[in-house]
Design a protein around this ligand. Structure first.
Ligand SMILES: [Zn+2]
Length: 60
């Protein structure tokens, strides 16, 4: 009877290394249904809600 908030078949997490900081990765969540990035682990997104390099390279 459990209902999951995020369907694992619908989203995929992709790690993209930052070009500015070595060893820093964007963990971009991609919606597999439309192929677009929906969120990211980095500060650009979590603080400013701005699509970052990682999200842009996947598609927004
Ligand atoms: Zn990012």
């Amino acid at each position: 009877m459990e209902k999951s908030e995020q369907d694992p078949d619908r989203y995929e997490t992709i790690s993209i290394e930052s070009k500015i900081r070595e060893g820093v990765f964007h963990k971009v969540v991609k919606d597999l249904e439309n192929g677009k990035a929906v969120s990211c682990s980095c500060k650009c997104w979590s603080k400013g809600n701005k699509p970052c390099f990682g999200m842009k390279s996947i598609g927004i």
